[in-house]
Design a protein around this ligand. Sequence first.
Ligand code: TYD
Length: 214
Amino acid sequence: MSVFISFEGVDGSGKSTQIKLLLQYLDERGVPYVFTREPGGTPIAEQIRQILLDPANRGMSVITEALLFAASRSEHVSRTIRPALEAGKVVICDRFVDSSLVYQGAAGGLPMEFLLTINEMATGALRPHRTIVLDVAPEVAMARRSGEEADRIERKALEYHQQVREGYLELARAEPRRVKVVDASRSVDETQSEIRRLVEEVLPRRFRGAGATT
Ligand code: TYD
């Protein structure tokens, strides 16, 4: 079956909550899946994650950032994602290449060609079948996060996060069949039912709910 689904969104968009609920749903339906996240997902990638998110590394240049994300992704794709897809699993990934395109590109100012090139190398041009963007105003997302300690990237200015949001909307306009924007300012349940519908569309027929028609 080999279906690859990524989740994206500004920090605090409710991604973790929504993914958890989706995984419960996949469990109930007996869908064989692997859940993984970026940056991280393998021992080496997790070590790179520590460097990337450590507030002590405040001075890191955006090019270093982009290369480290791509390095972590290369490990992740070859050791976790591809083997799972080859084993016929559904792979649910919390963030993928689109995070780099918007955080380091749209918001960070790096040229898209550079990001596309290093990420194509890192992933062997692997792309998700479906990408779900949880869309919420950064102000709302920030309020949701209050109480948790912010990592290095979360501490960046509101304007940066607005550019991240805009970057995702732009990607969805450019690739409307793959990238689906879900309004995450609604209740958890409403958002979750839309996510389930969008995930079902790309699952093999036998795993879809009774209401699915395509
Ligand atoms: P994480 O704690 O996983 O955030 P979240 O739970 O919101 O996904 O931290 C990931 C951070 O790294 C997040 O701020 C987005 C950022 N990031 C990039 O800037 N580029 C990337 O390529 C990836 C994968 C993440």
